[in-house]
Design a protein around this ligand. Structure first.
Ligand SMILES: NC(=O)c1ccc[n+]([C@@H]2O[C@H](COP(=O)([O-])OP(=O)(O)OC[C@H]3O[C@@H](n4cnc5c(N)ncnc54)[C@H](OP(=O)(O)O)[C@@H]3O)[C@@H](O)[C@H]2O)c1
Length: 227
Protein backbone atom coordinates (compact mmCIF):
# COMPACT_ATOMS: atom_id res chain seq x y z
CA UNK A 1 0.00 0.00 0.00
CA UNK A 2 1.38 3.42 -0.93
CA UNK A 3 0.77 6.15 1.64
CA UNK A 4 1.07 9.82 0.66
CA UNK A 5 3.60 11.55 2.91
CA UNK A 6 1.93 13.96 5.35
CA UNK A 7 3.89 17.16 5.94
CA UNK A 8 3.84 18.47 9.53
CA UNK A 9 6.06 21.57 9.39
CA UNK A 10 9.31 19.64 9.27
CA UNK A 11 10.28 16.24 8.00
CA UNK A 12 11.87 13.26 9.69
CA UNK A 13 14.35 12.09 7.06
CA UNK A 14 16.56 9.01 7.23
CA UNK A 15 19.76 8.80 5.22
CA UNK A 16 21.07 5.32 4.49
CA UNK A 17 24.83 5.74 4.09
CA UNK A 18 24.64 9.07 5.94
CA UNK A 19 28.32 9.06 6.92
CA UNK A 20 29.69 9.45 3.39
CA UNK A 21 30.90 12.59 1.66
CA UNK A 22 27.51 13.23 0.12
CA UNK A 23 25.18 11.75 2.75
CA UNK A 24 26.79 13.61 5.66
CA UNK A 25 26.68 16.88 3.71
CA UNK A 26 23.03 16.32 2.89
CA UNK A 27 22.28 15.46 6.53
CA UNK A 28 23.62 18.84 7.69
CA UNK A 29 21.99 20.68 4.78
CA UNK A 30 18.58 19.13 5.43
CA UNK A 31 18.89 19.94 9.13
CA UNK A 32 19.77 23.55 8.21
CA UNK A 33 16.57 23.62 6.14
CA UNK A 34 14.58 22.76 9.26
CA UNK A 35 14.32 18.98 9.17
CA UNK A 36 15.32 16.24 11.61
CA UNK A 37 17.73 13.77 10.06
CA UNK A 38 18.65 10.23 11.05
CA UNK A 39 22.24 9.66 9.94
CA UNK A 40 22.35 5.97 9.05
CA UNK A 41 25.44 3.77 8.91
CA UNK A 42 26.46 0.14 9.14
CA UNK A 43 28.29 1.22 12.29
CA UNK A 44 26.48 3.35 14.89
CA UNK A 45 29.81 4.56 16.37
CA UNK A 46 30.81 5.89 12.95
CA UNK A 47 27.44 7.62 12.70
CA UNK A 48 27.93 9.20 16.16
CA UNK A 49 31.37 10.50 15.14
CA UNK A 50 29.87 11.96 11.95
CA UNK A 51 27.07 13.68 13.85
CA UNK A 52 29.52 15.17 16.38
CA UNK A 53 31.68 16.51 13.54
CA UNK A 54 28.69 17.97 11.68
CA UNK A 55 27.42 19.71 14.84
CA UNK A 56 30.90 21.24 15.27
CA UNK A 57 30.98 22.47 11.66
CA UNK A 58 27.38 23.66 11.30
CA UNK A 59 25.41 25.87 13.65
CA UNK A 60 22.57 23.39 14.20
CA UNK A 61 20.14 23.06 17.10
CA UNK A 62 20.76 20.08 19.40
CA UNK A 63 19.04 16.88 18.43
CA UNK A 64 18.33 17.64 14.76
CA UNK A 65 20.92 15.07 13.67
CA UNK A 66 20.36 11.60 15.09
CA UNK A 67 23.10 8.95 14.92
CA UNK A 68 21.78 5.48 14.08
CA UNK A 69 22.11 2.31 12.07
CA UNK A 70 20.80 2.08 8.52
CA UNK A 71 17.78 0.05 9.72
CA UNK A 72 16.66 2.90 12.02
CA UNK A 73 17.25 5.46 9.27
CA UNK A 74 15.00 3.39 7.01
CA UNK A 75 12.14 3.78 9.52
CA UNK A 76 11.98 7.58 9.03
CA UNK A 77 9.03 9.07 7.12
CA UNK A 78 11.17 9.88 4.07
CA UNK A 79 14.35 7.99 3.23
CA UNK A 80 17.36 8.97 1.14
CA UNK A 81 19.78 6.36 -0.14
CA UNK A 82 23.31 7.80 -0.20
CA UNK A 83 25.27 4.64 -0.97
CA UNK A 84 27.68 3.76 -3.77
CA UNK A 85 25.54 2.13 -6.48
CA UNK A 86 27.57 -1.07 -6.27
CA UNK A 87 26.30 -1.66 -2.72
CA UNK A 88 22.61 -0.90 -3.35
CA UNK A 89 21.31 -4.43 -3.72
CA UNK A 90 23.00 -5.94 -0.66
CA UNK A 91 22.09 -3.00 1.59
CA UNK A 92 18.62 -2.04 0.38
CA UNK A 93 16.95 -5.36 -0.51
CA UNK A 94 16.81 -6.50 3.17
CA UNK A 95 15.26 -3.13 4.13
CA UNK A 96 12.46 -3.50 1.57
CA UNK A 97 9.67 -4.35 4.05
CA UNK A 98 10.52 -1.30 6.22
CA UNK A 99 10.43 0.98 3.17
CA UNK A 100 6.96 -0.07 1.97
CA UNK A 101 4.67 2.93 1.48
CA UNK A 102 7.52 5.47 1.67
CA UNK A 103 9.18 7.93 -0.64
CA UNK A 104 12.74 6.77 -1.25
CA UNK A 105 15.02 9.42 -2.74
CA UNK A 106 17.99 8.38 -4.82
CA UNK A 107 20.92 10.74 -5.46
CA UNK A 108 22.80 7.61 -6.55
CA UNK A 109 24.66 7.94 -9.84
CA UNK A 110 25.68 4.92 -11.83
CA UNK A 111 29.08 6.30 -12.70
CA UNK A 112 32.58 4.97 -12.15
CA UNK A 113 35.93 6.70 -11.76
CA UNK A 114 38.51 6.57 -14.53
CA UNK A 115 41.80 8.29 -15.37
CA UNK A 116 39.85 10.78 -17.50
CA UNK A 117 37.44 11.50 -14.63
CA UNK A 118 34.09 9.89 -13.87
CA UNK A 119 32.34 8.00 -16.67
CA UNK A 120 28.79 6.69 -16.96
CA UNK A 121 28.50 2.91 -16.69
CA UNK A 122 27.31 1.92 -20.16
CA UNK A 123 25.46 -1.30 -19.39
CA UNK A 124 22.49 -1.86 -17.12
CA UNK A 125 19.68 0.30 -15.79
CA UNK A 126 19.76 3.51 -13.77
CA UNK A 127 20.40 3.06 -10.07
CA UNK A 128 17.00 4.64 -9.29
CA UNK A 129 15.30 2.26 -11.71
CA UNK A 130 16.99 -0.71 -10.00
CA UNK A 131 15.86 0.64 -6.63
CA UNK A 132 12.25 0.87 -7.82
CA UNK A 133 12.42 -2.74 -9.09
CA UNK A 134 13.69 -3.79 -5.65
CA UNK A 135 11.21 -1.63 -3.71
CA UNK A 136 7.94 -2.30 -5.49
CA UNK A 137 5.93 -1.00 -2.52
CA UNK A 138 7.82 2.33 -2.34
CA UNK A 139 7.83 5.55 -4.35
CA UNK A 140 11.38 5.94 -5.68
CA UNK A 141 12.56 9.26 -7.11
CA UNK A 142 15.88 10.69 -8.28
CA UNK A 143 16.87 13.82 -6.34
CA UNK A 144 20.02 15.86 -5.68
CA UNK A 145 22.10 13.75 -8.13
CA UNK A 146 23.92 16.75 -9.60
CA UNK A 147 24.96 18.53 -6.40
CA UNK A 148 28.70 18.22 -5.67
CA UNK A 149 29.37 16.88 -2.16
CA UNK A 150 32.01 19.58 -1.62
CA UNK A 151 29.40 22.29 -2.10
CA UNK A 152 26.68 20.48 -0.15
CA UNK A 153 28.95 19.93 2.83
CA UNK A 154 30.31 23.47 3.04
CA UNK A 155 28.17 25.50 5.50
CA UNK A 156 29.34 28.73 3.82
CA UNK A 157 28.05 27.68 0.38
CA UNK A 158 24.51 28.62 -0.56
CA UNK A 159 23.33 25.92 -2.95
CA UNK A 160 22.10 27.33 -6.24
CA UNK A 161 20.67 24.59 -8.42
CA UNK A 162 17.71 22.89 -9.98
CA UNK A 163 17.01 19.41 -8.63
CA UNK A 164 15.83 16.98 -11.30
CA UNK A 165 13.19 14.62 -9.96
CA UNK A 166 12.23 11.53 -11.96
CA UNK A 167 9.59 9.30 -10.46
CA UNK A 168 6.60 7.26 -11.50
CA UNK A 169 4.82 8.96 -8.58
CA UNK A 170 4.11 12.70 -8.63
CA UNK A 171 3.67 12.59 -4.83
CA UNK A 172 7.39 11.84 -4.55
CA UNK A 173 8.09 15.15 -6.31
CA UNK A 174 5.85 16.92 -3.79
CA UNK A 175 7.99 15.45 -1.01
CA UNK A 176 11.12 17.00 -2.60
CA UNK A 177 9.26 20.32 -2.90
CA UNK A 178 8.45 20.27 0.84
CA UNK A 179 11.98 19.18 1.68
CA UNK A 180 13.53 22.15 -0.15
CA UNK A 181 10.85 24.75 0.69
CA UNK A 182 13.15 26.81 2.92
CA UNK A 183 16.13 26.61 0.52
CA UNK A 184 15.73 29.81 -1.49
CA UNK A 185 17.99 28.95 -4.45
CA UNK A 186 17.15 25.28 -4.79
CA UNK A 187 14.33 24.51 -7.23
CA UNK A 188 12.98 21.00 -7.74
CA UNK A 189 11.93 20.28 -11.33
CA UNK A 190 9.69 17.33 -12.11
CA UNK A 191 11.21 15.61 -15.14
CA UNK A 192 8.67 12.81 -15.48
CA UNK A 193 8.75 9.05 -14.96
CA UNK A 194 11.74 7.02 -13.85
CA UNK A 195 12.56 6.00 -17.41
CA UNK A 196 14.46 9.32 -17.55
CA UNK A 197 16.61 8.48 -14.52
CA UNK A 198 19.36 7.03 -16.69
CA UNK A 199 19.86 10.35 -18.48
CA UNK A 200 19.85 12.24 -15.16
CA UNK A 201 22.44 9.92 -13.61
CA UNK A 202 24.65 9.81 -16.73
CA UNK A 203 24.66 13.58 -16.98
CA UNK A 204 26.30 13.76 -13.55
CA UNK A 205 29.57 12.51 -15.02
CA UNK A 206 29.44 15.36 -17.58
CA UNK A 207 28.87 17.90 -14.79
CA UNK A 208 31.67 16.47 -12.62
CA UNK A 209 34.00 16.42 -15.63
CA UNK A 210 33.10 20.04 -16.49
CA UNK A 211 33.74 21.05 -12.88
CA UNK A 212 37.16 19.37 -12.97
CA UNK A 213 38.05 20.90 -16.36
CA UNK A 214 36.91 24.39 -15.35
CA UNK A 215 37.87 24.21 -11.66
CA UNK A 216 34.34 25.07 -10.58
CA UNK A 217 31.57 23.57 -8.44
CA UNK A 218 28.68 24.26 -10.82
CA UNK A 219 25.18 22.95 -10.36
CA UNK A 220 22.47 22.69 -13.00
CA UNK A 221 19.87 25.29 -14.01
CA UNK A 222 17.07 25.00 -16.55
CA UNK A 223 16.41 28.37 -18.15
CA UNK A 224 12.98 29.55 -19.16
CA UNK A 225 12.62 31.08 -22.63
CA UNK A 226 9.16 32.41 -21.85
CA UNK A 227 9.09 34.68 -18.80
N1 LIG B 1 30.17 12.56 -3.81
C1 LIG B 1 29.44 13.40 -4.55
O1 LIG B 1 29.86 14.53 -4.89
C2 LIG B 1 28.03 13.00 -4.95
C3 LIG B 1 27.18 13.95 -5.50
C4 LIG B 1 25.87 13.58 -5.87
C5 LIG B 1 25.47 12.26 -5.70
N2 LIG B 1 26.35 11.36 -5.18
C6 LIG B 1 25.92 9.96 -5.01
O2 LIG B 1 25.71 9.75 -3.63
C7 LIG B 1 26.07 8.41 -3.29
C8 LIG B 1 27.04 8.46 -2.13
O3 LIG B 1 28.22 9.12 -2.56
P1 LIG B 1 29.45 9.30 -1.56
O4 LIG B 1 30.50 9.99 -2.32
O5 LIG B 1 29.01 9.86 -0.26
O6 LIG B 1 29.87 7.75 -1.34
P2 LIG B 1 30.82 7.08 -0.27
O7 LIG B 1 31.38 8.12 0.64
O8 LIG B 1 31.77 6.20 -1.01
O9 LIG B 1 29.83 6.10 0.53
C9 LIG B 1 28.75 6.58 1.29
C10 LIG B 1 28.51 5.67 2.48
O10 LIG B 1 28.05 4.40 2.01
C11 LIG B 1 28.40 3.40 2.94
N3 LIG B 1 29.02 2.28 2.20
C12 LIG B 1 30.18 2.32 1.49
N4 LIG B 1 30.42 1.11 0.93
C13 LIG B 1 29.41 0.30 1.32
C14 LIG B 1 29.11 -1.07 1.11
N5 LIG B 1 29.90 -1.87 0.37
N6 LIG B 1 27.98 -1.57 1.68
C15 LIG B 1 27.16 -0.78 2.44
N7 LIG B 1 27.41 0.52 2.69
C16 LIG B 1 28.52 1.05 2.14
C17 LIG B 1 29.43 4.00 3.91
O11 LIG B 1 28.74 4.22 5.13
P3 LIG B 1 29.04 3.33 6.45
O12 LIG B 1 30.46 2.83 6.37
O13 LIG B 1 28.88 4.34 7.54
O14 LIG B 1 28.02 2.27 6.46
C18 LIG B 1 29.77 5.32 3.27
O15 LIG B 1 30.06 6.33 4.21
C19 LIG B 1 26.68 7.77 -4.55
O16 LIG B 1 25.75 6.92 -5.14
C20 LIG B 1 26.97 8.95 -5.45
O17 LIG B 1 26.81 8.63 -6.84
C21 LIG B 1 27.61 11.69 -4.78
Amino acid sequence: MLVAYEYRGHMEIGIIGGTGAFGSGMAARLASWGHRVRVGSRDVLKSSATVTKLHDQWDLPDGVLVPCGNEVAAKAGVVMVALPWSSLKDTIAPLGPVLVGKTVLSPVNRISPSRQGPLPVRSGDAAAWELQQMLTGSQVATAFNHLPARAVSNPKTELDSDILVCSDFVDAFKVVEEMTRSAASVRPVYVGPLVHARAVEDFTSAIVSANIQNKRQSGLRFTDHVK
